[in-house]
Design a protein around this ligand. Structure first.
Ligand code: IPE
Ligand code: MG
Length: 228
């Protein structure tokens, strides 16, 4: 969800206004995905690298997180959406963590869609945590080196209960991954749009989905093999 700052700048506002308007786009994206029957939506809300932003902006983003969680719990319940979070949640300010865990708990029995917020998330850090956990299990003879395969690695990622990514959308014209779900996007379709996140509305999501539907996902096979 990129482009909040540039959106604000273009309009002559402070960055905070961009983030607030970005939160509106979040609601629209979540509701639209639930409506379409998309089972999993993961939003990259705050990266491990985002902690390096000016202190005031970080504080504002954390406040906005708390405000949005309080406000959108109703949206989640009304749409039968379960909230979960991936990332280094220990790094979040106490109030943000508390609010987050509360909403996760309140929505834990919802089952139409799983909304995953990546918060203080970094894919390299996630992969390091997997390597540490597996090394520990090998050291303690819980698993053998030979048994390590893709499914064991999947099972140790923060995203262990999610399937591989099908479609990754990045807004604002940047064409990079920025440390997001590196393992999980091995065969994802990538979609880049120049729309800034606060302007990303239902119709833009539909554009991305229609584009995705028209792609041929070959997973290394030939086109002919797929049509058999
Ligand atoms: C995305 O918008 C929001 C977060 C990363 C939290 P940016 O804040 O990155 O907006 P730009 O890139 O400065 O336009
Ligand atoms: Mg940005």
């Amino acid at each position: 969800m990129d482009g909040n700052g540039r959106w604000a700048k273009q309009k002559g506002y402070v960055r905070a206004i961009g983030h607030e308007n970005g939160a509106e786009s979040v609601r629209e994206a979540v509701e639209s995905c639930a409506e379409l029957g998309i089972a999993n939506l993961t939003l990259y809300a705050f990266s491990t690298e985002n902690w390096n932003r000016p202190k005031l902006e970080v504080q504002l983003l954390m406040k906005l997180l708390v405000k949005s969680l309080k406000k959108e719990i109703k949206t989640l319940q009304d749409n039968n959406i379960k909230l979960q979070a991936i990332g280094n949640l220990e790094d979040l300010p106490k109030t943000a963590k508390k609010e987050l865990l509360e909403v996760i708990d309140k929505t834990k029995n919802n089952n139409k869609m799983t909304l995953t917020l990546a918060l203080s998330y970094g894919s390299r850090e996630e992969i390091i945590s997997v390597i540490k956990a597996l090394s520990d299990k090998v050291k303690n003879n819980i698993i053998s080196v030979e048994s390590i395969d893709e499914s064991i690695i999947n099972g140790h990622l923060y995203t262990h209960n999610l399937p591989d990514v099908d479609l990754l959308i990045r807004t604002s014209g940047e064409q990079r991954i920025s440390n997001f779900l590196l393992w999980q996007i091995a065969y994802a379709e990538l979609y880049f749009t120049n729309i800034l996140w606060p302007d990303f509305k239902r119709e833009h999501l539909y554009d991305a989905l229609i584009n995705y539907q028209n792609r041929e996902r070959r997973f290394g096979k030939t086109s002919e093999q797929l049509s058999k």
